[in-house]
Design a protein around this ligand. Structure first.
Ligand SMILES: Cc1cc2nc3c(=O)[nH]c(=O)nc-3n(C[C@H](O)[C@H](O)[C@H](O)COP(=O)(O)OP(=O)(O)OC[C@H]3O[C@@H](n4cnc5c(N)ncnc54)[C@H](O)[C@@H]3O)c2cc1C
Length: 396
């Protein structure tokens, strides 16, 4: 049956990505979880294939491919079942570098985006601080203009790829807070090389996403050339609000892939595990659990694909991106929980795929907008619309 979203070309690409990940990535990914980072060879290998710049423009050696090519790539990345790997790659290719591709000038494209697309340099996005996460108006890392430099001071935390990144896209305060929407004016995005004097990074030990190399970074009088501002000075809040929609969509796609893997592994276990003389896959109570999870996953996948389609139309569907992320990341938690429970003690083993899915799924309902913030946004939008909402495609 023809898909409204995927062409034969997309499916051929899916087969290529899956074959590569199964053969060259998945066999090593558990070790990367132990060491706490993905190795430089992975970046180079993905870069050589053009998979770190699928959506980026040609000028940055990007593929300028349609969004559904990225959806395929991210679904397959999610389906590896390794949350740290999917966080590391997606933060680099769809979050940090997105700002350079979308809002950066030609010089930043040449010096930072192009090497990142090739896999020669690793990037990270540093927004969160110890004192401010979901609320951007509370960000306090400062960048003070002194001659032809910015002097950066403060602390960022929970930065995925923070331990290995060659450069960061950092949300900094360049102007006074407390004016404009949500008091988040006066923010800028600054590209900061991590080898500059005055930067220290400390690993943060997290429950899941272990190979993502999460770090806290301290900036002590770090001198950054003034031409490293992404786009326009003091426009960071506007850029972040746009970038966050893509972040949420990407998180939703990855969660669908992760849930798919957890469900596949669970079904394989139930088909093989024999209890009291018969395989668990024959127990009606378990068959019905699988039916419910499969149905929820199919519905969620459709919501995510529809949201990707809306996004590609260019309307920036903020509510739908929030819905897709909320629904997909919470479903991934439910599937992971069922996978652990129904594999009994086998699922509870530290190194089991069910335990890893459980740990990794939890991160995604917090990062890129906690579920509570998304519910707030979705609920308020609905309450502000009298009567039946227009079709999302029309509203966009
Ligand atoms: C594994 C992981 C990786 C991450 N990677 C990155 C990264 O690469 N770069 C980066 O900058 N950040 C990253 N983050 C940080 C993430 O974006 C923040 O955790 C998130 O924005 C929430 O901020 P916070 O943790 O400070 O929680 P807070 O803002 O302190 O909120 C705590 C809790 O309060 C509730 N809450 C908050 N606001 C509201 C509200 N308006 N209404 C109702 N309830 C609310 C929510 O339950 C929320 O979880 C990562 C986080 C995790 C867990």
């Amino acid at each position: 049956m023809k898909s409204p979203y995927f062409t034969l070309e997309h499916e051929a690409f899916r087969a290529e990505v899956r074959a590569f990940l199964d053969a060259e990535v998945v066999p090593h990914a558990a070790r990367w979880d132990e060491t706490g980072s993905v190795p430089p060879e992975l970046w180079k290998s993905l870069g050589r294939r053009g998979w770190l710049g699928l959506a980026h423009p040609k000028e940055a050696d990007g593929g300028a491919r349609d969004l559904f090519t990225s959806v395929v790539f991210l679904e397959e990345l999610g389906r590896t079942g390794f949350g740290g790997l999917r966080a590391a790659v997606s933060v680099h290719a769809y979050m940090a570098t997105h700002y350079l591709a979308r809002f950066g000038g030609p010089e930043l494209v040449r010096t930072h985006l192009a090497p990142a697309v090739r896999g020669d340099r690793v990037s990270a996005l540093a927004i969160t601080e110890p004192g401010a996460g979901a609320d951007l108006s509370g960000l306090s890392v400062t960048a003070e203009r002194v001659g032809d430099r910015f002097v950066v001071d403060g602390v960022k935390s929970m930065v995925s790829n923070g331990m290995t990144a060659d450069f960061l896209v950092v949300a900094v305060r360049t102007g006074p807070a407390g004016q404009g929407p949500r008091g988040a004016t006066g923010l800028s995005l600054l590209v900061v090389d991590t080898d500059l004097p005055g930067i220290t990074r400390v690993r943060q030990r997290t429950l899941g996403w272990r190979s993502a190399g999460t770090a806290a970074l301290t900036f002590h009088s770090v001198h950054v050339p003034a031409d490293r501002v992404v786009g326009r000075l003091d426009h960071g809040f506007y850029y972040l609000m746009r970038g966050l929609q893509l972040e949420r969509l990407v998180a939703a796609v990855l969660a669908v892939g992760g849930a798919e893997r957890a469900l596949e592994d669970l079904c394989a276990f139930l088909r093989e595990r024999s209890v009291a003389g018969s395989v668990l896959a024959g127990r009606q109570a378990l068959v019905h659990r699988i039916a419910d999870l499969s149905t929820d996953l199919a519905a969620t996948r459709q919501l995510v694909h529809h949201t990707a389609w809306l996004y590609e139309q260019g309307g920036l569907p903020a509510v739908e991106c929030s819905m897709a992320k909320l629904r997909a990341t919470e479903l991934a938690c439910r599937v992971a929980d069922a996978a652990l429970q129904l594999q009994g003690s086998h699922g509870y083993m530290e190194e089991s795929s069910a335990a890893r899915a459980h740990r990794d799924a939890r991160a995604a309902t917090i990062a890129a907008g906690p579920s509570e913030v998304l519910r707030d946004l979705i609920g308020r939008d609905r309450l502000n619309q009298p009567g039946t909402p227009a079709s999302p495609a029309r509203r966009a």
